[in-house]
Design a protein around this ligand. Sequence first.
Ligand code: F6R
Length: 242
Amino acid sequence: IQTIVTAHYEEMSQLAADQVAAFLIKKTNAVLGLATGGTPLGMYDRLIQMYHQGKVDFSHVTTFNLDEYIGLSKDHPQSYAYYMWHHLFSHVNVHQENVHIPPGVFEKQEQVQRDYEQAIERAGGIDLQILGIGENGHIGFNEPGMDLEVATHVVPLTEKTIQANARFFTSIDEVPRRAVTLGMGKIMQAKHILLLASGKEKARAIAQTVNGHIDPRIPSSFLQLHPHVTMIIDKEAAQELQ
Ligand code: F6R
């Protein structure tokens, strides 16, 4: 895992945006795997700026988001679909038909899971996967456990994750209890992975990701097995790295 430690969140965000832009210059029709949450917001902002400056072009880009809350429709303000359109897609020239986000409302779970993975395969797989990391080491919504799922699946969120997400809702009761997430399989099959982390709350998870045993109780530790992972983290997130 290549680790780049930055002075603060803004520098992390700029460097991450530069790396994504550089990637898209080399491969204009890249397939991006995207994350939501607080961490990539600064990177998305800068990508929008770079798009306005003519430095990055999304017209041939395909995207697949990692996850979505179950029970929230795509126009619900707390859905990840809404987040992505609001924070990135509406401001750049990505084509709507090239944007993929797992549906939060569906009838047949198995079909959703299968269709999402098939769509990724048809697109040729994920070239660059952007990841955040949970305080407990979760990746997407692959939560710590005795084992990890390879395939796209439905997960109950842990109490810790529900609490961490509550800041985006008016009350903790509104936070969905389940999500659909890409499994570890498609994440680990991404050709390149760019993991971002900021703040001392992430320091332990980052240290365990890099130095710890590979353990399903720390899902991010599996990234040690991936040949092309870059972590861009700020100094607070890096403070427990030896
Ligand atoms: C979101 C996702 C999550 C977040 C993680 C960190 O699509 O996959 O794994 O990356 O919960 O969230 P923040 O960035 O809000 O600390």
